[in-house]
Write a protein that binds this ligand. Structure first.
Ligand SMILES: Nc1ncnc2c1ncn2[C@@H]1O[C@H](COP(=O)(O)OP(=O)(O)OP(=O)(O)O)[C@@H](O)[C@H]1O
Length: 243
């Protein structure tokens, strides 16, 4: 069973070192920024503070909140990109992440080659990799571009390829930043079908988004982050207010 459990989770990013003294004082005195001095006298920004939550199988969770609230940082932390400075994070289940545009793709290889490589990496045979490439190509609507190097793809094509690949390999936990859904309307409909199929069967979706339509339509739960803290956690209606 896939689960994500966080307890007292904190993430900080160092901003300045010892030598930037006067700037440091000025910045520290600004109450709008969530900055503090750490043990090594560095100024750090507290990106996530004391987060405690559990996400279980079958949940589709939206991370909502204003710019800089910590949504992407939380996705990246769950993906294992950032190491917590305090607290505990336990993730069980295989992760697929749609957070960074071309992460894990080789620009010089074609779309097909990228899919086959990813499949081999996941322990599939070459034949299975080629079958997967057909599935991905069909879904992503890449046509002949499948056999072109992906450095020649448009931004939208890259998104379609990455989305099709991540969802074709059905991770147990799918982490997604909203820009992956910034495709055209037709793609949105297909993407929604594919995602709901993926998450109906005891899988987890965590999506960072500003789009309340996505939250209400796709998600079973919303977590609001503000200034790096959780300020609300409940059904989309509870967190966003009834429409
Ligand atoms: N690599 C980094 N180095 C330094 N500070 C960072 C880094 N990544 C994020 N931060 C800071 O952490 C805080 C949270 O940023 P994050 O990108 O997670 O917010 P967000 O909720 O995803 O915002 P948005 O809605 O604008 O995408 C911000 O203050 C940001 O400046």
């Amino acid at each position: 069973m896939a689960t994500i459990e966080a307890s007292g989770l904190a993430i900080e990013f160092p901003l300045y070192h010892h030598n930037a003294r006067s700037l440091k004082q000025r910045i520290l005195s600004s109450s709008r920024l969530r900055l503090r001095k750490d043990e090594d006298n560095r100024i750090v920004v507290a990106a996530l503070r004391d987060l405690t939550f559990t996400i279980g199988s079958g949940e589709r969770v939206a991370l909502v909140g204003p710019n800089g609230a910590g949504k992407t940082t939380l996705l990246r932390t769950v993906a294992g990109i950032y190491e917590p400075v305090a607290g505990r994070l336990r993730v069980s289940g295989e992760i697929g992440s749609l957070i960074d545009p071309a992460a894990g793709m080789d620009n010089l290889l074609t779309g097909r080659e990228n899919v086959v490589l990813r499949a081999l990496y996941r322990g599939m045979t070459e034949a299975e990799g080629h079958a997967l490439a057909e599935d991905v190509a069909g879904f992503a609507g890449l046509g002949d571009f499948l056999d072109m190097p992906i450095r020649g793809y448009s931004a939208g094509m890259n998104v379609r390829l990455a989305f099709a690949m991540a969802t074709a390999l059905t991770p147990e936990i799918l982490l997604m930043d909203e820009w992956f859904l910034a495709g055209d309307a037709e793609f949105m409909v297909k993407a929604e079908e594919r995602l709901s199929r993926m998450v109906t069967d005891a899988e987890i979706l965590v999506i960072a988004t500003h789009d309340t339509t996505i939250v209400r339509k796709w998600c079973t739960r919303a977590i609001r982050l503000e200034g790096g803290r959780i300020t609300a956690d409940g059904t989309p209606d509870e967190v966003l207010g009834a429409a």
